[in-house]
Design a binder for this molecule. Structure first.
Ligand SMILES: Cc1cn([C@H]2C[C@H](O)[C@@H](COP(=O)(O)OP(=O)(O)OP(=O)(O)O)O2)c(=O)[nH]c1=O
Length: 200
């Protein structure tokens, strides 16, 4: 006889009428996306090291980190619905997270200039033993950028707390030519997909 497969009852991942979601993220962008969508939430963060493991794909990385963030917080909050997420950029076979400093940020935007990259967000919803994780993917096309534009952009936007050293929601028109996929995913959370799952 085949071994029984655990199937996540998706109903466990819906928010009850008066329930508050636990957001396992310090990202002000994720909080803002959920609050604007009318999701009541509280924030509990976990300090999870974000370095990729040897040979890890960007897809595997964001799913692993989203799950680790959600699990670390859920461990102390039995019965609660917890959301974890992680966003990176995949470009030219490399993973781009948050830049270490301004020169690294400048190098990222120079690399992306005039080309396309992929923004990947792993998202995990977790309640006790029920867990559902998925991946959102958006293609972003950058304008051709010279150093004057990049420096002008950094004069307006702090790149250091953002994957890929840019925020599409902050003066994105200076650097972005177009996208295919969800804008919310680029900002850090595919909120439309979260709403469908939690029933809001
Ligand atoms: C590409 C891009 C990323 N970002 C942000 C979203 C995320 O906050 C951040 C990616 O870093 P993450 O490590 O995914 O998230 P975080 O460190 O901000 O929060 P936590 O680890 O506590 O969950 O980059 C933008 O705000 N705009 C953009 O256009």
């Amino acid at each position: 006889m085949a071994a029984a497969t655990a199937i996540t009852p998706i109903s466990a991942l819906r928010l009850a009428g008066d329930e508050t979601l636990v957001l396992a993220s310090a990202s002000p962008r994720r909080r803002e996306l959920l609050v604007r969508a009318g999701v009541p939430l509280e924030i509990r963060t976990a300090d999870i090291p974000e370095a990729p493991q040897a040979g890890e794909s960007p897809e595997a990385l964001v799913l692993r980190l989203a799950s680790a963030k959600a699990r670390a917080v859920a461990a102390a909050m039995p019965g609660r619905l917890v959301l974890g997420a992680d966003t990176v950029i995949a470009f030219a076979g490399q993973i781009f997270g948050k830049p270490a400093d301004l020169p690294a940020a400048r190098a990222m935007l120079r690399a992306f200039a005039g080309r396309e990259h992929t923004v990947l967000t792993g998202v995990c919803l977790l309640r006790d033993c029920a867990e559902h994780c998925w991946l959102a993917r958006t293609t972003v096309r950058f304008r051709a950028l010279d150093d004057a534009v990049i420096d002008g952009y950094f004069a307006l936007v702090n790149p250091l707390d953002k994957a890929g050293a840019y925020g599409i929601q902050e003066h994105g028109e200076m650097i972005v030519a177009g996208i295919d996929g969800l804008l919310s995913n680029v900002i850090g959370l595919p909120v439309e997909e979260v709403l469908a799952l939690v029933g809001r």
